[in-house]
Design a binder for this molecule. Sequence first.
Ligand SMILES: NC(=O)c1ccc[n+]([C@@H]2O[C@H](COP(=O)([O-])OP(=O)(O)OC[C@H]3O[C@@H](n4cnc5c(N)ncnc54)[C@H](OP(=O)(O)O)[C@@H]3O)[C@@H](O)[C@H]2O)c1
Length: 250
Amino acid sequence: MSNYEIFVYGWIAIGFLSFPFILRYDAPYGRHTSNSWGPLVDNKIGWIVMELPALIICPLLVLSSGNPLSDVTIFFIVLWVIHYFNRTVIFPLRIKTKKKKMPLIITVLAFFFNIVNGLVNGIYFGNIKFDYSNSWISSPEFIVGISVFILGFIINNKSDTYLISLRKGKDKGYVLPREGLFKYVSCPNFFGEIIEWLGFAIMTWSVAGLAFFLWTFFNLVPRALSHHKWYKKTFPDYPRERKAVFPFIL
Ligand SMILES: NC(=O)c1ccc[n+]([C@@H]2O[C@H](COP(=O)([O-])OP(=O)(O)OC[C@H]3O[C@@H](n4cnc5c(N)ncnc54)[C@H](OP(=O)(O)O)[C@@H]3O)[C@@H](O)[C@H]2O)c1
């Protein structure tokens, strides 16, 4: 087994081992934020700092590898940069969370998560599989994967945009969401993000994409369950048929 394989399978194993613990706690940011987790930082700055390593490390490793990158490999990295430019720069500028805080520990943990995720993917696409052929784009993996990725990206962004639009003026409270996929699940933004990275894993048919998809699942399914419980407790008229994250399933 190569050093890279030990690294990435170890990272996946840590994900499986962490999942029961992530399920047990409400990650303390956003509506679950709490000052019992130590010092706090500004919410928007926290978002920018914690996502930055992913935006920088993966493309930097790929571009500096010195290997002859194929057009398809470059295309995958462009998708990565589009997603992370949105998450690191555009999303924090759009959210209406002025004066809100998140625990520093969340920023630090997510910062390290994004370093490792950036390394896992950057090393893979820069040094291991940098030569996807042009014919890859007519493979079933690519066609299915890119379709799922685009669908997930649209669902994620439309749902985040809708959530952001719920706050009017100086209001910092929460509103019962009623439109689009919110009729079916409490957290369609997380559903979109999970299937986006499932699509990436399929279209790249890579262990790096698989690791990212699994970690996204491990992070966001527990958060969706926490949000769902919170919505049911907070809004007495919360629609009973609505699921947490996967329509009709969970
Ligand atoms: N790949 C990964 O592992 C990963 C991990 C975490 C997050 N993400 C992505 O990052 C994005 C943000 O995550 P998040 O956990 O912050 O999402 P979230 O809890 O759904 O919140 C998204 C934004 O909408 C606001 N909001 C949510 N529900 C609202 C409501 N009912 N009424 C009014 N405003 C509401 C939130 O404000 P507050 O902040 O004030 O609650 C926040 O600004 C998502 O797209 C998610 O998929 C990805």
